[in-house]
Design a protein around this ligand. Structure first.
Ligand code: ZN
Ligand code: ZN
Length: 341
C-alpha cells in the first residue's frame, strides 16, 4: 500500500492516505462558535447537562465547553487541558488543548470557544419564588406565646436541618417561614420533609406532634396529592428556663421526650424529673430573659457581683470549677440574686 497523496509506502489506511496526509489541515477537535451556560439568578448554580451544580464560574465554563467538544471518530481522547479566561461580565474565552491517540500515534490539537453566561431561574428557585409548598409545619408553644428567643432558635434549627438535607436532594426547601399568632409556620416542599422536621423538633424539645392531611389534587401520574400539616406543640418549658420549686430556683438543664433534668441554683445539684413534674413547674424566667451582672471578685465556689439595678456588691454562689468572665447571667428571686450557669 502506498499513500495516494504523497506516494509514501506503508499503512495508507485513512481512505488511501497515510496518517501524515490525513492529518494535514484537518480539524481534529472542534468547538461551536459559542456555548451557552445557564446560571440561576436565585441560587447561583449552573446547569450542566441535566443537573444544576454549585461551582466556580470559570470551572462551569470549562465543563460547558468540554461537553460541547467534538472529536473526529478516528481519534480517542487521552487527556485534556482547559482554561477559561473572563472577557467581560458574562463571557469567557475557553481554550481546550487535547492529547489524542490515532492508531497508536500521539497527536495534539487545540481549539477554543466563547462561553456565554445566560441568566435563568432553575425549577427549584421558581417554585420557591412562587411559594410552592406541599407540607406545613406549625410550631406552637403550649400554655404561653412563643418567645422571641425560642422562635429564633426554632427557625435556625429548621433552616439548618433543611439546608443539610437539600445538599443531597435539591428539591427539598423551605418555601416560606411565617410568624403567626402563637408561633411559627414553615411551608415545605415535601411531606416527608415536613415529617422529618416535625420529628427533629419533637426530639429536641420534647414536643408533641400531630399530623393531618388533606387531598388537594392528583399528580401527573394519577396518584392522589396530599398536603400534610404537622402541628408541633412545644412544651411550656425549654432548656434554660428557670422555675421555682419549694422556694428554690432551678434551671431546666435538659429536656427529653419523657422528662428532663433540673439544676438547683443554690447548690448546683442536678436531678432528673419526669415530664409531668416539668409540666407542673411554673416558669419564672424564660431562657434569654436573664440579667447580666458585672463580676467584682471571684474565689472558689463564690463570687461578688454588682447588682444589675442597685449596683450594690452582692455575694453569689457559683458551681465548683465555674469560670466566669467579666459578667455573669443572673436572676433575682425574692430579693436574692442567683447565678445561672
Ligand atoms: Zn501521504
Ligand atoms: Zn436556582
Amino acid at each position: 500500500m502506498f499513500c495516494v497523496e504523497c506516494g509514501k509506502e506503508g499503512n495508507a489506511s485513512y481512505g488511501g492516505l497515510c496518517l501524515g496526509c490525513f492529518l494535514k489541515g484537518r480539524e481534529l477537535i472542534r468547538l461551536p462558535h459559542h456555548v451557552d451556560l445557564q446560571t440561576c439568578t436565585g441560587c447561583g448554580e449552573y446547569l450542566l447537562g441535566n443537573d444544576w451544580v454549585r461551582m466556580r464560574r470559570a470551572e462551569a465554563c470549562d465543563e460547558a465547553a468540554l461537553a460541547a467538544l467534538e472529536i473526529i471518530p478516528e481519534a480517542t481522547l487521552v487527556s485534556v487541558g482547559i482554561k477559561s479566561t473572563q472577557r467581560d461580565e458574562r463571557s469567557y474565552e475557553t481554550a481546550i488543548q487535547a492529547d489524542l491517540d490515532i492508531d497508536g500515534s500521539a497527536v495534539a490539537a487545540e481549539t477554543s470557544t466563547n462561553v456565554r453566561v445566560k441568566h435563568t431561574v432553575c425549577k427549584r428557585c421558581s417554585r420557591k419564588l412562587g411559594n410552592f409548598y406541599v407540607s406545613t409545619v406549625q410550631v406552637r408553644s403550649s400554655g404561653r406565646d412563643m418567645d422571641r428567643a425560642t422562635m429564633d432558635e426554632v427557625a435556625a434549627r429548621v433552616n439548618a436541618y433543611v439546608e443539610g438535607q437539600s445538599r443531597n436532594n435539591r428539591q427539598l426547601f423551605v418555601s416560606k417561614q411565617e410568624e403567626v399568632a402563637g408561633g411559627l409556620d414553615f411551608k415545605l416542599s415535601s411531606n416527608s420533609l415536613g415529617k422529618s422536621v416535625a420529628r427533629i423538633l419533637s426530639e429536641e424539645y420534647g414536643a408533641e406532634t400531630k399530623e393531618s392531611s388533606s387531598l388537594v389534587g392528583v399528580h401527573d401520574d394519577g396518584a392522589d396529592m396530599y398536603r400534610v400539616t404537622f402541628l408541633v406543640r412545644l412544651p411550656g418549658y425549654a432548656v434554660g428556663d428557670v422555675a421555682v420549686r419549694d422556694g428554690v430556683p432551678y434551671k431546666i438543664s435538659a429536656v427529653t421526650k419523657s422528662g428532663g433534668r433540673i439544676l438547683s441554683l443554690t447548690d448546683f445539684r442536678e436531678e432528673p424529673v419526669r415530664k409531668s413534674d416539668l409540666q407542673n413547674l411554673r416558669i419564672e424566667f424564660a431562657h434569654g430573659t436573664y440579667e447580666e451582672a458585672t463580676v467584682v471578685t471571684r474565689s472558689e465556689g463564690e463570687m461578688q457581683v454588682l447588682h444589675p439595678r442597685t449596683y450594690a456588691t452582692v455575694d453569689v454562689a457559683v458551681p465548683e470549677g465555674y469560670e466566669a468572665g467579666d459578667a455573669v447571667s443572673v436572676v433575682e428571686w425574692e430579693d436574692h440574686l442567683y447565678v445561672v450557669p
